[in-house]
Design a protein around this ligand. Structure first.
Ligand code: NAD
Ligand code: TYD
Length: 365
């Protein structure tokens, strides 16, 4: 039996958590530009090191009457409850999280607080405000990392058992379980997506692609963990957020969907591709850029491979990714090169202190 709705779900007032972060900011921009979305957006965000409200400056300008920002921490149950009581959202899309694996190795507690307790507070507040309403929706944004690590063969599917292996993925897995438990026990309608690695503009320069781009622009070493053989599947952030909108509007409640692009690369191949496109843009050769590659100490517990079988969402809900990886990497490189103010401002916050404390002045080595 199909898990698609007969008629698309209408979304009214939408509470977006973590909308000042990388993926959340893209979601807000694209949802407000859609003609089929006539509701409004509340962006609830604590503005941690990863959140930058300036990422949405254009959105505020263009959609002033349909966009509202509320600074708040999900760990603060009263603050979350107040948003539900006062602003009365009809749907939630939950992006807010501590999202970087390396940070979860250095300091896992923040991951337990935000990703587990924060999700619990959001679910409890939704449940309290929505009571038995069935016309509401809690969409939970999760990761393929909850499924653990693959060998050379095979793909994650919607029925792959959970096997998280980093503090980050363990905290996301716990959150996923809480969301499903709220549906089974209290009938809180949810949809859930597990997506592969995202890339694109506005990603905080701690994840691999923006780290490499930033270091290329600065002529600094490109730190590849281990031998660069780990494999990731890279999806453009716009394809991810469009997939989330598709699921929110077309899926029956109580369903999980895997979103991926099929664009698998080992890390070294990906860095080579970035070097090859960066060289000529910077008046250098690809070989000059590749000479910056430095193999550094591996991440502890480094998952070998993530790869997604996204055939179900394509078949049943009609979503498929539009970006090709080569074009997407070029657009991403060009964005970071052109948007130095965004980069400098986001880097000048708590991130700089954290990097110094954990890695010294030069970054991971
Ligand atoms: P991000 O780190 O760029 O942004 C996280 C946002 O959440 C920030 O704006 C931050 O200020 C906010 N936030 C953090 N703690 C908060 C708290 N306690 N209360 C309120 N707001 C808080 O993250 P991202 O890369 O945009 O990821 C968004 C979501 O997508 C996460 O749930 C992540 O697990 C998931 N995801 C990310 C990827 C990826 O490749 N980045 C892939 C799959 C799934
Ligand atoms: P990352 O962007 O941190 O995402 P995730 O750990 O969630 O997959 O890392 C992507 C891959 O790149 C991962 O295999 C670790 C590797 N990596 C590097 O080799 N060098 C780096 O500087 C970073 C940040 C990551």
């Amino acid at each position: 039996m199909s898990a698609a709705l007969d008629k698309p779900r209408k979304l009214g007032t939408l509470l977006v958590t973590g909308g000042a972060g990388f993926i959340g900011s893209h979601f807000i921009r694209r949802v407000l530009d859609r003609t089929e979305f006539t509701g409004s957006v509340i962006n609830f965000d604590a503005l941690t090191y990863a959140g930058n409200p300036e990422s949405l400056a254009d959105v505020v300008e263009k959609h002033r009457s349909r966009y509202r920002f509320v600074k708040g921490d999900l760990v603060d149950r009263e603050a979350v409850r107040r948003v539900f009581q006062e602003l009365k959202p009809d749907a939630v899309v939950h992006f807010a999280a501590e999202s970087h694996v390396d940070r979860s190795i250095h300091g896992p507690e923040a991951f337990v607080k935000t990703n587990i307790l924060g999700t619990f507070n959001l679910l409890e507040s939704a449940r309290e405000a929505w009571k038995d309403r069935s016309d509401v929706l809690f969409h939970h944004v999760s990761t393929d990392e909850v499924f653990g690590s693959l060998g050379a063969e095979g793909f994650f599917t919607e029925s792959t058992p959970y096997d998280p292996r980093s503090p980050y993925s363990a905290s996301k897995a716990a959150a996923d379980h809480l969301v499903r438990a709220a549906w089974h026990t209290f009938h809180l309608p949810y949809t859930l997506t597990n997506c592969s690695n995202n890339y694109g503009s506005h990603c905080f320069p701690e994840k691999m692609i923006p780290v490499m781009v930033e270091n290329m622009l600065a002529g600094k070493p490109l730190p590849v963990y281990g031998e660069g053989k780990n494999v990731r599947e890279w999806i453009h952030v716009e394809d991810h957020v469009d997939g989330i909108f598709t699921v929110m509007t077309r899926s029956k409640p109580g369903e999980t969907w895997l979103l991926g692009s099929g664009e698998e690369r080992c890390n070294l191949d990906l860095v080579h591709a970035l070097c090859d496109l960066a060289g000529p843009r910077l008046g250098k050769t690809a070989a000059d850029m590749r000479a910056l590659i430095t193999f550094v100490k591996d991440r502890p517990g480094h998952d070998h491979r993530y790869a997604i079988d996204a055939s179900r969402v394509k078949r049943e809900l009609g979503w498929s990714p539009r970006w090709n990886l080569e074009k997407g990497l070029e657009a991403t490189f060009d964005w970071y090169r052109a948007n130095r103010t965004w980069v400098e401002r986001v880097k000048s916050g708590a991130y700089r202190d954290w990097m110094k404390q954990n890695y010294g002045e030069r970054g991971p080595s």
